[in-house]
Design a protein around this ligand. Sequence first.
Ligand code: DC
Length: 218
Amino acid sequence: MIITIDGPAAAGKGTLASKLSKKYNLAYFDTGMVYRAVGLELMLAGISPEDVEKATDFAQKLTFQRMNELSHHSEFRSANGGKYASVVSSYPQVREALLQMQQNFAKNPVFADGSKADGAIYDGRDTGTVVCPHADVKLFITASPEVRAERRYFEFMSRGHQALYADVLEDIKARDKRDSERATAPMKPAEDAVIFDTSALTIDEVYQKAVKIIDSKQ
Ligand code: DC
């Protein structure tokens, strides 16, 4: 079984995907990681995220191993890391270079320890539309920018990052705009996706809703 969960930043995709991966024994791919990894390569090399050629070069060379190494860096999930990721993800050449790597994951889905999974669950912006257009279940999770900024703000705090709520909100709005207005693979629900707004729902309510949808489609 392949499940995709798309939606804007901090809508709760990651939390939901982790819970569902355990319930259905699915290997989880957080696809934002590929863009964060390319952004961080640029940052570490002191190269501007505006440098399309260098970004494409790093994207073409990216491996799972390198992505996992970079994911331990403190800037990987920082506000600045998110900005770099959002900028590089707007380049068609970068998206193209990272597509195969994302699609291959579903061909032989395995957990981090190498054991075999019963399928894959993806989260991102275009996993139901571009990465896995034939997924069995497609969800599109959203919430208001204010609710998402609050969630991201507390996430930064819990990781020990300094942030101001107003800055996080502004950043979320800028990222929404970039993610949904880019020419290649803009963030949008697949035609056959089930859309739900999590602004007024608890994590458990979102999870129960998703389980019902998945069980009804199986
Ligand atoms: O989900 P995230 O915040 O880790 O994603 C980081 C950036 O990567 C985000 O601004 C948009 C981009 N992204 C994308 O364009 N397509 C995806 N499938 C996943 C993420």
